[in-house]
Design a protein around this ligand. Structure first.
Ligand code: F6P
Length: 506
């Protein structure tokens, strides 16, 4: 049996339906149906998702639901929550949702983070740790960085936090200039403990401390690691007491709920981390149980499919109107594009339909003054996802009002456009946008929001019949970089060889 979505009955019906409604202006739907907002906005406690400003009708939702059923989403959703081997290409169960159902043992995270927060965790000369340096990248950093920025206001004052993600030495050299080695703790976060960039940064940090301490044994006073490969951490010199292990079944980009959350626990306390897990669990319960036509992650995934595969929109903009969520677009770029940026299906066939769009974005209002011109008048139509916050984290209410007004004005302008005699000033409008309203930016609601996106990415992968949990596409470049590190250019092309000589000629 083929799992190709384009061969389903629902796909054919959706293609036909698209032809029937493609010339409708979204705005006219509002004129014809005063209940449109109510019919096309969906909520659970703390979060609302409005899709009334897109090209869809209740019929579209019903046909998309049929597509999900034909692609066995119900069965796959059940498997996701029941430790089945969904990551077939790597023969692994998928376990990130289990981390938030209160079965995760948080004792180690709690003990270490409490000790550091209380000033009781000391370096090799007995001085309390003051500087936390999180070394990791991709899934081993984007989630913790997102949470760190989003919850800034609740950060413990007595500690300084640094994130080192890039192999570019500028981040580490700044830390070496700024921090006292005797009060600095490096947290090495790497699921595989083999990522070249992270490894290079960890080694350089160790050499910095070696130089400072000379013959003194310091590693276990200044290094902790979060990994799925404890044996590799041991080879590096970090003892098992200082190693927080998470399961192979927790994918890197789904790992912020695991031991990878240590930096989050240190910065905000274990209780906030538990709030984060609770928020994600609330979304899990909703996703696992709700009917498709009221299920927000299902609807969000299906509407993105509608846009990508039936309207051929190539990109999607993520536009949080909250400075605290500045890191969200980067987080979602990895989550969506590393998961669903694939062209081979689960059965090994080349894919003939579109998969992940390009994801980009930035916070409003800042983004309005950079790329919004293209969103309003560019040749390509790009669906926009606005994220608005009801309650601000500050008491400058006037600013929050202005921020919200801007969000509403932008989605309205995309919808309505503007007629004008002068062609350059004319906006076609009729550009789709969805809006998520989050009650507030706190750990609980962040947990909900991130889990929402995780599940919507999963839904899309099921429709597209791809494995969202592997990432073979990033491996080739890693292997080639390793070869170049050994000056092995034997397999390279003339352009690369010439550029190699130019770049290395300092
Ligand atoms: O470069 C891709 C990737 O493998 C991501 O999937 C992952 O999140 C990141 O690298 C870091 O990997 P690790 O945690 O194993 O160091």
């Amino acid at each position: 049996m083929s799992n190709n979505p384009t061969k389903t009955k629902a796909w054919a019906e959706l293609s036909q339906h698209k032809k029937e409604i493609e010339n409708q202006r979204i705005n006219d739907y509002f004129r014809d149906d005063s209940n449109r907002f109510n019919a096309l906005s969906f909520s659970i406690s703390g979060l609302l998702y409005d899709v009334s400003k897109t090209h869809l009708t209740p019929k579209t939702i019903s046909l998309l639901g049929n597509l999900a059923r034909e692609q066995n989403l119900e069965d796959k959703r059940h498997k996701l929550f029941n430790k089945n081997i969904l990551n077939k290409t790597e023969n692994r169960s998928v376990l990130h949702t289990n981390l938030r159902d209160e079965s995760q043992n948080l004792d180690q995270l709690e003990n270490i983070s409490n000790a550091i927060r209380a000033g009781k965790y000391v370096g090799a000369t007995g001085k309390p740790i003051k500087n936390i340096v999180h070394i990791g990248l991709g899934g081993s950093s984007l989630g913790p960085e997102l949470l760190h920025q989003a919850c800034q206001k609740n950060k413990i004052d007595s500690l300084n936090f640094y994130f080192v993600t890039n192999v570019d030495g500028s981040e580490l050299s700044y830390i070496f200039e700024t921090c006292d080695p005797e009060t600095t703790l490096f947290i090495i976060v790497s699921k595989s403990f083999t990522t070249q960039d992270t490894f290079a940064n960890a080694h350089t940090a160790r050499s910095w401390l070696e130089k400072h301490y000379q013959d003194k044994n310091f590693i276990n006073d200044h290094f902790i690691d979060d990994t799925a490969k404890p044996e590799k951490a041991l080879e590096f010199g970090i003892s098992s007491d200082n190693t927080l292990i998470f399961d192979e079944g927790v994918g890197g980009r789904f790992s912020l709920w695991s031991a990878v959350g240590l930096t989050t626990c240190i910065a905000f306390g274990i209780d906030k981390f538990k709030d984060l897990l609770r928020g994600a669990h609330a979304m899990d319960v909703h996703f696992a149980n709700e009917e498709f036509d009221k299920n927000i992650p299902v609807l969000m995934g299906l509407i993105d499919i509608w846009h990508r595969n039936f309207w051929n929109y190539e990109a999607k903009a993520i536009l949080p109107y909250a400075q605290e969520l500045k890191a969200l677009p980067a987080y979602l770029q990895q989550l969506e594009m590393e998961s669903n940026g694939k062209s081979t299906d689960l059965d090994g066939n080349a894919i003939s339909y579109q998969t992940s769009p390009v994801i980009f974005g930035d916070v409003g209002t800042t983004a309005q003054h950079s790329f919004f011109q293209l969103l309003h008048q560019g040749i390509n139509i790009i669906p926009c996802e606005f994220i608005g916050i009801k309650k601000p984290t500050h008491n400058l209410n006037d600013h929050h009002d202005k921020l919200q007004n801007n969000l509403l004005a932008q989605s309205q302008a995309l919808l309505q456009g503007r007629d004008a005699n002068e062609p350059h000033r004319k906006f076609e409008g009729n550009r789709p946008s969805s809006t998520i309203v989050l009650n507030e930016v706190d750990a609980y609601h962040l947990g909900m929001l991130i889990a929402l996106y995780e599940h919507k990415v999963f839904v899309q992968s099921i429709i597209w019949n791809i494995n969202p949990f592997d990432q073979f596409g990033v491996e080739l470049g890693k292997e080639m970089a390793n070869k170049m590190g050994e000056n092995d250019l034997s397999q390279t092309d003339p352009s690369t060889q010439a550029l190699f000589s130019i770049l290395k000629d300092k």
